[in-house]
Write a protein that binds this ligand. Structure first.
Ligand SMILES: Nc1nc2c(c(=O)[nH]1)N[C@H]1C(S)=C(S)[C@@H](COP(=O)(O)OP(=O)(O)OC[C@H]3O[C@@H](n4cnc5c(=O)[nH]c(N)nc54)[C@H](O)[C@@H]3O)O[C@H]1N2
Ligand SMILES: Nc1nc2c(c(=O)[nH]1)N[C@H]1C(S)=C(S)[C@@H](COP(=O)(O)OP(=O)(O)OC[C@H]3O[C@@H](n4cnc5c(=O)[nH]c(N)nc54)[C@H](O)[C@@H]3O)O[C@H]1N2
Ligand code: SF4
Ligand SMILES: [Mo]
Length: 690
C-alpha cells in the first residue's frame, strides 16, 4: 500500500491527511495526520472527502448545449466552441466583453494562472472571484490598518496561549472543528473567551461571556467597548504613541458611544459590555478575531476596522499571544487572494494600478506593461455586467457555484442567462454548471499537485494521490489548451507555474520567492513573506513594526450606519445566513457525500420559541421566508439559542431552499462585500396536510 500526505479539500484549516492507496477499487482510504493545524483531528466533511472521488455524478466528458440541452462532447469540440465565442465577442465588442470568475478553493498555481490568463491570453480587466464574498472586508481593513492582509498574523497554536480571546461573528466549533483544540486548551488553562454572535452557538457554549447583538450592530459594539476601555484607563498609551497613528480622531468619535446608548443600539446589556472590557483590559495577552458574522455587511470593512481600533488601543498587535486576526474561510482563501484573481491585483499582492508593479509582472510574463489591462470590477458588479449590451458577453467560471452562493440569486440567474456563452469548469454539475453552454470536467484535489496557503499564511502542498478519471483534465491543462487556441503558450505543469509565481511575487507584499516545493515538504509548510531561499519564513508579523509607509498601524475613525435594510411592517424580522457543520459552501460537494446525507436533504431555519409561537409555527413545520428579492422554504428549527427578532438560515442549498434567493446585494463601498448577514424578512408557516 502506498501512502501520500496531503490536505483536506475544504476549509482554510487545511487539515493534514494521509491517503492510503488500495489496489482497487478507488477511492483511497483517508486518515488524519498530525499536522500543526489539526493534530490528528478532522471534521465530518474532511472524513467524507474521499467518497466523492469516485462518485457516480462525476463529470467525465465536456458537455455542450445544443437545442437547449447539455450533451457530452469531445474536448476539441468544447474547446473550439469556447474559442470561437471568445473570438466573436472580442471582434464584435472588444476584449472587455470576456470575463473570468475564480474561486478561493483553487490552488495558488491555478489562481495565479487564471489571473494571468485573463490579462495576457484574453487581455480583459474583468476577473474577480468568490473570495469577494468571503475575505474582502477583512482584507480591505487589514491593508488599510496594517499595510498587509494576512488573516492570522500568528500561528493558530498561539490561540492556546492567549489569556483572553474575543471572537466576533465566528463559529469555529461548527466551521473548523479541529481548531477548537487550541481554544479548548486555552480555556482549560483558565483563559477567558468572549463570543459575539446573535446565536448562542456551539462556540459560545464553552465561553466565559456571550454577547448577543442584533445582526449588523458590531461596529457600534466595538466603539462602545473602546469608549469604556478609554474611560477605565485600559489604553496602552506608550504603544499608541510609538506604534500607531490616528488615535485622537478615533478617541473623539467613540466619545459618543456611551454604554446606555450602545446597549440600545446593539441589544447587549451594559453589564456585559463592562465585563468584556475588563476581561480584555486586564489580560496579560489578548486576541481579537473576526470572521464572516462581523464582515459580511454593508459596513463590513469599517466594522472590522472598529475591532482593529480596539486591538490597537489595547496594544495587542505584535505582542506575544496577542493581536488582531481574521479567520480565513476557503481552502486557499489566503493564497487565492494574493496572486491576481482579484480585479485590482497582480501577483504578490501587488496593485494593478501601480506602474512599478505592472513593470515587474509584465517582465515576468514577457509582455509590454502597456498591454496589461487596468483594474476590473468586483464579483457582484461583474455578475451584474453579464449579458448587458456593452458588458461581459462570455464568462468563464472556475471553482465557484455563484447561482447558489452569490446574493440575490434570481438576478444572478437572469444575468447569466443573458450571456452569449457561459463556460463552467467543475467536477460535478453544479447549479451554475447546469445553466452553462459549455461545461468542462475537472480534476479533484487528490488528483492534482499544487500549493495552498492556509489561514495562518502557511504555504503547504496539495499532493497528487491518483490520476483523474479517464477523459478528465485539471484546470491548468484547460487553461493551457485554451491559451494555445488563443495564440499563447501556458504551462500545465504545477511546479513550473509555481516557480513563475515565485518570481512574479518577488518583492511584493505576499512574497513567495524563497518558498519551494522542497522546502514546503521539509518544513511542514512555510509562512510568507519569505523573500529568499535562506529566509526562515514569517510565522509572526508585526513584532517590530507594520509594513505601512511610516511603520505605524493606522487607527481610522468609523461610525455606525444602519444596515441597507431594517425590519418594517411588511418584512418585520432580521434574516442572517451562514453555515452548518455538515455542509460546505454551495453544497455542490457535500450534498453528494453519502455519510453526510442525513443532513443534506433538509435545511432548517432557526427561530426562537417566542417568535414561533407568535407566528403559529410548530417544530418541523415548513416555513416560507420572503424578502424584497424572493422566497425560499425551510423546515423550522425552534431553539432558544437565537435572538427572538432574528432568524438564521444556512446557504448550502439551491432551488426552493436557496437562502440567496432572499439576500440583499447591497455592497460595502470599500470592499464590495455583499450584505449576506442582514436583511429584512417576512415569515409564514406552510401547514402541510399530514
Ligand atoms: N461546516 C462548514 N465549515 C466551513 C464552511 C462551510 O461552508 N461549512 N465554509 C468555510 C468558509 S469559506 C468560511 S468563510 C468560514 C466561515 O466561518 P464562520 O464565519 O464561523 O461562519 P458563518 O456561519 O458564516 O458565520 C459565523 C457566525 O456569525 C454569526 N452572525 C450572523 N450575523 C452576525 C452579525 O451581524 N454579527 C455577529 N457578530 N455575528 C453574526 C452567525 O450566527 C454565525 O454563527 O467557514 C469555513 N468552514
Ligand atoms: N447567504 C450567504 N451566502 C454566502 C455566504 C454566507 O455566509 N451567506 N458566504 C459566502 C462565502 S464566505 C463564500 S467563500 C462563498 C462560497 O461560494 P461558492 O463559490 O459557491 O463555493 P463552493 O461551493 O466552494 O464552490 C466551488 C465550486 O467549484 C467546484 N470546485 C471545487 N474545487 C474546484 C477546482 O479546483 N476547480 C474547479 N474548476 N472547480 C472546483 C465545486 O464543486 C463547487 O461547485 O459563498 C458566499 N455566499
Ligand atoms: S476543519 Fe476544514 S480542513 Fe479540517 S477536515 Fe474539516 S473541512 Fe477539512
Ligand atoms: Mo468563505
Amino acid at each position: 500500500m502506498t501512502s501520500v500526505a496531503t490536505h483536506c479539500p475544504y476549509c482554510s484549516l487545511q487539515c493534514g491527511v494521509t491517503m492510503r492507496i488500495q489496489a482497487a477499487p478507488r477511492p483511497p482510504l483517508l486518515e488524519p495526520d498530525d499536522f500543526p493545524t489539526n493534530r490528528g483531528g478532522l471534521c465530518a466533511k474532511g472524513w467524507s472527502a474521499a467518497e466523492l472521488l469516485d462518485h457516480p455524478d462525476r463529470l467525465t466528458t465536456p458537455l455542450v448545449r445544443d437545442n437547449g440541452e447539455l450533451r457530452p462532447s469531445t474536448w476539441d469540440e468544447a474547446l473550439d466552441r469556447v474559442t470561437a465565442a471568445i473570438k466573436t465577442a472580442q471582434a464584435r465588442y472588444g476584449p472587455e466583453s470576456v470575463g473570468c470568475f475564480g474561486g478561493g478553493g483553487l490552488t495558488n498555481e491555478k489562481a495565479y494562472q487564471f489571473g494571468k490568463f485573463a490579462r495576457v491570453a484574453l487581455r480583459t480587466p474583468y476577473i474577480d472571484y468568490n473570495g469577494r464574498f468571503c475575505m474582502s472586508s477583512a482584507a480591505t481593513a487589514g491593508n488599510r490598518a496594517f499595510g498587509v492582509d494576512r488573516g492570522l498574523p500568528f500561528p493558530l497554536a498561539d490561540i492556546a496561549g492567549a489569556q483572553t480571546v474575543l471572537l466576533v461573528g465566528s463559529n469555529p466549533a461548527d466551521t473548523m472543528p479541529p481548531a477548537m483544540q487550541y481554544f479548548d486548551t486555552g480555556r482549560a488553562n483558565g483563559a477567558a473567551h468572549i463570543v459575539v454572535d446573535p446565536r448562542y452557538t456551539a462556540t459560545a457554549k464553552g465561553s466565559t461571556l456571550h454577547l448577543q447583538p442584533t445582526p449588523g450592530t458590531d461596529l457600534a459594539l466595538a466603539n462602545g467597548l473602546l469608549h469604556i476601555a478609554i474611560r477605565e484607563g485600559y489604553v496602552d498609551q506608550a504603544y499608541v504613541d510609538t506604534r500607531t497613528s490616528g488615535f485622537a480622531a478615533v478617541r473623539a468619535a467613540v466619545a459618543a458611544y456611551w454604554p446606555d446608548r450602545v446597549e440600545r443600539m446593539t441589544g447587549v446589556p451594559v453589564a456585559h459590555l463592562r465585563r468584556a472590557v475588563e476581561l480584555l483590559g486586564t489580560a496579560r495577552s489578548a486576541m481579537i478575531l473576526t470572521a464572516r458574522g462581523a464582515e459580511q455587511h454593508r459596513n463590513g470593512t469599517d466594522t472590522t476596522q472598529a475591532w482593529i481600533n480596539l486591538a490597537l488601543a489595547l496594544g495587542l498587535p505584535g505582542r506575544p499571544y496577542s493581536g488582531f486576526g481574521t479567520v480565513t474561510g476557503q481552502g486557499n482563501g489566503q493564497g487565492g487572494r494574493e496572486h491576481g484573481q482579484k480585479a485590482d491585483q497582480l501577483p504578490g499582492y501587488r496593485r494593478i494600478d501601480d506602474p512599478a508593479a505592472r513593470a515587474h509582472v509584465a517582465a515576468v510574463w514577457g509582455i509590454d506593461p502597456d498591454d496589461l489591462p487596468g483594474p476590473g470590477v468586483s464579483a457582484v458588479e461583474l455578475l451584474d455586467r453579464c449579458g448587458r449590451p456593452d458588458g461581459v458577453r462570455v464568462l468563464l467560471v472556475l471553482a465557484s457555484n455563484v447561482v447558489v452562493s452569490a446574493p440575490d440569486r434570481n438576478r444572478v440567474r437572469e444575468r447569466l442567462g443573458a450571456l452569449d456563452l457561459l463556460v463552467v469548469s467543475d467536477f460535478f454539475l453544479s447549479e451554475t454548471a447546469a445553466l452553462a453552454d459549455v461545461v468542462f470536467p475537472t480534476a479533484q484535489w487528490a488528483e492534482e499537485d499544487g500549493t495552498m496557503t492556509n489561514l495562518e499564511g502557511r504555504v503547504l502542498r496539495r499532493r497528487r494521490v491518483l490520476d483523474p478519471p479517464p477523459g478528465v483534465h485539471d484546470d491548468l491543462t484547460l487553461m493551457s489548451l485554451l491559451a494555445e487556441r488563443l495564440g499563447h503558450s501556458f504551462s500545465a505543469d504545477p511546479r513550473t507555474v509555481f516557480d513563475e509565481l515565485r518570481r512574479a511575487s518577488a518583492g511584493g507584499i505576499a512574497d513567495y520567492a524563497g518558498i519551494s516545493y522542497e522546502r514546503v515538504d521539509a518544513e511542514q509548510g512555510v509562512f510568507w513573506p519569505c523573500p529568499s531561499d535562506d529566509h526562515p519564513g514569517t510565522p509572526h508579523l508585526f513584532a517590530d513594526g507594520f509594513p505601512t509607509p511610516d511603520g505605524r498601524a493606522r487607527f481610522i475613525r468609523v461610525d455606525h450606519t444602519e444596515p441597507a435594510e431594517t425590519p418594517d411592517r411588511e418584512f418585520p424580522y432580521v434574516l442572517t445566513t451562514g453555515r452548518v457543520m455538515q455542509q460546505y459552501q454551495s453544497g455542490n460537494q457535500t450534498r453528494r457525500a453519502r455519510s453526510l446525507h442525513a443532513s443534506a436533504t433538509d435545511p432548517k431555519v432557526e427561530l426562537h420559541p417566542d417568535l414561533a409561537r407568535r407566528l403559529g409555527i410548530d417544530a418541523a413545520d415548513l416555513v416560507e421566508l420572503r424578502t424584497r428579492r424572493g422566497r425560499a422554504v425551510f423546515r423550522a428549527l425552534i431553539t432558544n439559542t437565537i435572538r427572538p427578532d432574528t432568524v438564521f438560515a444556512p446557504f448550502h442549498w439551491g432551488g426552493e431552499q436557496s437562502a440567496n434567493a432572499l439576500t440583499d446585494p447591497a455592497l460595502d463601498p470599500h470592499s464590495k462585500m455583499p450584505a449576506f448577514k442582514v436583511c429584512a424578512v417576512a415569515i409564514t408557516p406552510i401547514k402541510e396536510d399530514r
